[in-house]
Write a protein that binds this ligand. Sequence first.
Ligand SMILES: Cc1cc2nc3c(=O)[nH]c(=O)nc-3n(C[C@H](O)[C@H](O)[C@H](O)COP(=O)(O)OP(=O)(O)OC[C@H]3O[C@@H](n4cnc5c(N)ncnc54)[C@H](O)[C@@H]3O)c2cc1C
Length: 459
Amino acid sequence: MMTEADIAALKQCIGDPARVVTNAQTVQRLSRDFYWYSPVLKRQLDDKTAEAAVQPVSTDEVVRVLTYCNEHGIPVTVRGAGTGNYGQAIPLEGGVVLDLIGMDRIVEITADGVAVVEPGVRLGALEAAAREAGWELRCYPSTVVKAAVGGFLGGGSGGIGSISHGGLRDFETVRAMEVVTMEDPPRVVLHEGQAVHDVLHAWGTNGIITKIWLALTPAVEWAQCVVAFDTFDAAFTFGETVAVDPAWTKRLVTVFEWPIPSAFAPIATYTRKDKALVFFMIAAVQLEALTAAAVAAGGEITLAAPFTGLKTLPLLSDYTWNHTTLWAIKQDASFTYLQCGFDPEKVREQFAALKERFGDEILFHIEFSKRGDGVVVPGSIPVVRFSTEERLNEMIDFCRSIGVGVANPHVNNVEGGGRYREDNVQLLTKYKYDPKGLLNPGKMKTFVKAEAAKEAVVA
Ligand SMILES: Cc1cc2nc3c(=O)[nH]c(=O)nc-3n(C[C@H](O)[C@H](O)[C@H](O)COP(=O)(O)OP(=O)(O)OC[C@H]3O[C@@H](n4cnc5c(N)ncnc54)[C@H](O)[C@@H]3O)c2cc1C
């Protein structure tokens, strides 16, 4: 339990005491993310909250806060914008929630296309600044307007743009990170090149990212297009043709099985009852060729228009990636989701096997991404009708038995989420940087405090 003395001391760690928040309602709000997407996590995490929120605006302030918390055994859970959807930023053991949204300086966009930023910069703001300099983000989540760069690196994986540039782990998109450790005393260290993977997607369990060097890509003039097809099979085939052909310059290819589009109320005019849809972000110069190809494949064009930035209406990305799940839940609270990776060689057999076994309990929503080896593969964030946890696990087991990979979004630890690295670099880094296990405790399941103590003795 934190004491009045802890609060007073933390106020001394930062420039403005008002940036130590103890108001219960605000602390609770800052202890939340989109965990409620999962009925399983909702049950587990509803009552979890920090005891205080601390809002540093510089690396020095982060170091001072961590120094105090380390000395006094206070847990620290770092937070960006709180749009994560596995309860990643929810403190399980009280303590401090470290809200870094005020560390929001874009330090530089270099001439060779690297953005140097603080972790609280919103991805949408960075995309706008990059475009002014002739660049754009390689990939961004559908939460782009709200999500912060630090949170994306800590808990996200990819999104719009990943079809051409892979995810955050690929193609050296994350060039370097400054990290504050929870050692005795905390240090500021630079992770460059392959060493970024020690901390990337570790949910803030092994270091606090305080500065980021993120590679950009030359800006493209984009257009948006929606095509309706009579069947999911026809929609998927056309989407896949465009996705895997490098001749098309694209940022997004998303395929939806009906009735998922029936949940897209604000863009109902671009949907067609009983029809599957494909959403594209395509180079504006290729829009005409794309619509011609879509019509030749039997599609009906319901939207073909320029994309003029993140304020464009409709903004198709608002309905893709994990936003699809949000619309489905708004329509029917019994919907939840999975995150699946299909085998490009067997994807149609895998679709058929899932439909045969689960029927309309699983509705396909496909996103294409480029893997690190350059192959574009179909992933899926299917909308799933929730009945019980057992049934959800049965579906996950079945997926795995037919070769469909599942990153389980209904577990609250780095390892279970499916983005864990076999080489264990994140865990090894935690032993080194957070031997007392104070950073986002409980989220790295394989971390054992006793082992950390042993390692310290050996070292
Ligand atoms: C509707 C919806 C759609 C989504 N779509 C996508 C998508 O397309 N692609 C995708 O990858 N994700 C997606 N997500 C998940 C989430 O939005 C992204 O991962 C987002 O980038 C998280 O950013 P954030 O700033 O909100 O992070 P937060 O939720 O605040 O934090 C995420 C994790 O990172 C850690 N963290 C935060 N800041 C730091 C830091 N400075 N140093 C170390 N660790 C840190 C936190 O402790 C937490 O574990 C979606 C979520 C929702 C609700």
